[in-house]
Design a protein around this ligand. Structure first.
Ligand code: ATP
Ligand code: MG
Length: 580
């Protein structure tokens, strides 16, 4: 490739609306340009990176025996209504009505489509297990697209769906995919942590997430101090807190807290710490109402609630429902007398451990103090359960081990779905005994664009990206530093030799100063730079530099191409080696 003939519009300035380094550098290095909020045009260098990541993913999927297909991006809304996921995805689901008045969705994932296919094509256990995948555009109308391609509206996902007759077979494929994911991330040269995850709205019984640790990540990884177990924040379990020493608490007292419905306002008004408050959060789940009680300094965990509700979809109750149930404006709901008002109450362990607290009075602009859990509201009974329903925080333990936290980017996730989709869409087959049974399913996603962004998050310096050789747009850049005939001729010769040796090489043949070329090569993160300069050339040498190391060295011009090609091979082999 000749630099002068491609489109790599590098820029010096940090783009104003790019908050994090990967977003900044992917724009500055000319990998991509924004088309609209959350949608990006991939330019030639970015496209090469996409192609390389895609190739690695495809190779590893094929190695497991998975078969590639292509599903339409536009899918009938009807299919999504059958599984109820038109509601679960809510406004994130892109939809439009076609000229015939039919509802369509822009696929944010494709369980429905693949299960539809299986329902029609799989008849017998003899066809199983079957694992199908696609590498295709996904659309999610994210509430807040941000961080460039890390959270965009349109992105490329590899999504695979496997079908089985029994749990054992599902587990086997699940583990094959788990191992294939490890190889994908190793070959892409990104560091990753595997965490246990909640299967959430996907339904199903088990899930792992592959997360790249990174300060800018949106996900929180929770792990034990012996590093033996890790979860995402939605899944991380916490030990119940020790019961606080009992205090002499007088009877409940009502206090006037005008307009103080939020934790910080109540605390400021009553001079309390958030940990002394009991928050009462009202949810709806189908026709039922569910209250969740957590301490004022804790956050309720929606995924833990989903699990308690056996995977059922739930929402925070709207204002009208809260007012109707509690008789008070939002912000003043409380646990006393709540059993008569809602269908279920989940009390977080930490609330049950409080000796005394302050809570909403179920009366607008009022709170109550001297609230003693167990005395003033029940901690057991038909409707009430004390549970783990909050996010872990600093100081929490699990099975006595201290929990630690770090941030990360979710790049992939594997799920055991069970029969959630096959039941709803009629995907069954005849078992060995001749009786029909619902197919068991697994699903497995990888964000292709996120892999690139996370590689940049973890590989950069002040001068630009430092990319793993397996996904860099080019492996080597040949830089003639000067316009003299001998320099250009020597550079062209090495370029040709590298091409002949099968190296992915670009020659910076632009009519620009050496300094400009070096800056762009650094920004692009090309792993190896070979520079042909006047001084070294006079000595029969060319300059060699690794992007990841500060030092430069020289190579004899006659053997330079061969040596560089060998080095490229070695660097690639280090990443290519499959996991044992
Ligand atoms: P998140 O929790 O970050 O919204 P998710 O768990 O909803 O992601 P999945 O449904 O598991 O995502 O999708 C599989 C993969 O697709 C994710 O692991 C991620 O790499 C990628 N992905 C999901 N949403 C986006 C997005 N908005 N932009 C880019 N990649 C995405
Ligand atoms: Mg996920």
């Amino acid at each position: 490739m000749r630099y002068s003939q491609t489109l790599i519009p590098t820029v010096k300035e940090v783009p104003a609306d790019a908050e994090i380094i990967s977003h900044q550098l992917m724009l500055r290095a000319g990998l991509m340009r924004k088309l609209a909020s959350g949608t990006y045009i991939y330019l030639p260098a970015g496209q090469r990176m996409l192609d390389k990541v895609t190739r690695i993913v495809r190779e590893e999927m094929n190695r497991t025996g998975a078969q590639e297909i292509t599903m339409p991006v536009v899918q009938p809304l009807e299919l999504w209504q059958k599984t109820g996921r038109d509601v679960d995805y809510g406004e994130t689901l892109g939809q439009f009505t076609d000229r015939h008045g039919r509802g369509n969705v822009l696929s944010p994932t494709a369980e429905e489509g693949f299960t539809f296919l299986a329902a029609n094509e799989i008849k017998s256990y003899k066809q199983l297990p079957m694992n199908l995948y696609q590498i295709n555009t996904k659309y999610r109308d994210e509430f807040r697209p941000r961080f460039g391609v890390l959270r965009s509206r349109e992105f490329i996902m590899k999504d695979a769906y496997s079908f089985h007759v029994d749990e054992e077979s599902l587990h086997e494929t699940y583990m094959d995919m788990y191992n294939a994911y490890c190889r994908v991330f190793e070959r892409c040269g990104v560091e990753y942590v595997i965490v246990l995850a909640e299967s959430g709205e996907m339904g199903g019984s088990g899930s792992h997430q592959f997360t790249v640790p990174c300060a800018n990540g949106e996900d929180v990884i929770v792990y034990t101090d012996d590093d033996k177990e890790a979860w995402n924040i939605e899944k991380a379990p916490v030990d119940p807190l020790a019961k606080q020493d009992a205090v002499e608490a007088g009877p409940i007292e009502e206090v006037h807290t005008p307009r103080a419905g939020k934790v910080e306002d109540v605390c400021a008004f009553l001079k309390l710490e958030p940990g002394q408050l009991i928050k009462t959060l009202i949810h709806t789940c189908g026709d039922e109402t569910v209250a969740v009680l957590v301490r004022g300094d804790h956050e309720a965990n929606p995924e833990k609630l989903t699990r308690l509700l056996d995977g059922a979809h739930h929402d925070m109750a709207d204002e009208a429902t809260v007012v109707k149930l509690t008789g008070a404006a939002v912000g003043f709901a409380g646990p006393v007398g709540l059993c008569d008002k809602v269908d279920r109450i989940y009390v977080d362990h930490a609330v049950a451990a409080m000796a005394v607290g302050t809570a909403g009075a179920n009366k607008t602009d009022y709170h109550i103090t001297n609230v003693v859990p167990g005395r003033d509201f029940p901690l057991e009974g038909d409707k009430v359960q004390v549970v783990d329903i909050r996010n872990a925080v600093d100081g929490d333990t699990y099975e006595g081990k201290t929990l630690l936290f770090k941030r990360g980017i979710e790049v992939g996730q594997v799920f055991k779905l069970g029969d959630k989709y096959s039941k709803k869409l009629g995907a069954n087959c005849l078992g060995e005994d001749g009786k029909p049974r619902d197919l068991l399913m697994g699903c497995y996603g990888i964000g292709i664009n996120r892999i690139i962004a996370s590689a940049v998050e973890n590989g950069h310096d002040d001068n630009g990206m430092i990319l793993p050789i397996s996904i860099a747009p080019w492996e080597v850049i040949v830089t003639p530093a000067g316009k003299e005939y001998e320099i250009v001729e020597a550079a062209e010769k090495i370029y040709q030799q590298l091409l002949d040796a099968g190296v992915e090489v670009i020659i910076d043949d632009r009519n620009a100063r050496g300094g400009v070329k070096f800056k762009d090569a650094d920004l692009l993160g090309i792993p190896i730079r070979v520079t042909i300069g006047k001084k070294s050339l006079a000595e029969g040498q060319v300059e060699f530099k690794l992007r990841s190391e500060p030092d430069r060295s020289t190579l004899p011009i006659d053997t330079a191409a061969k040596q560089v090609a060998e080095m490229v091979r070695d660097m690639k082999a280090k990443l290519e080696r499959p996991k044992e």
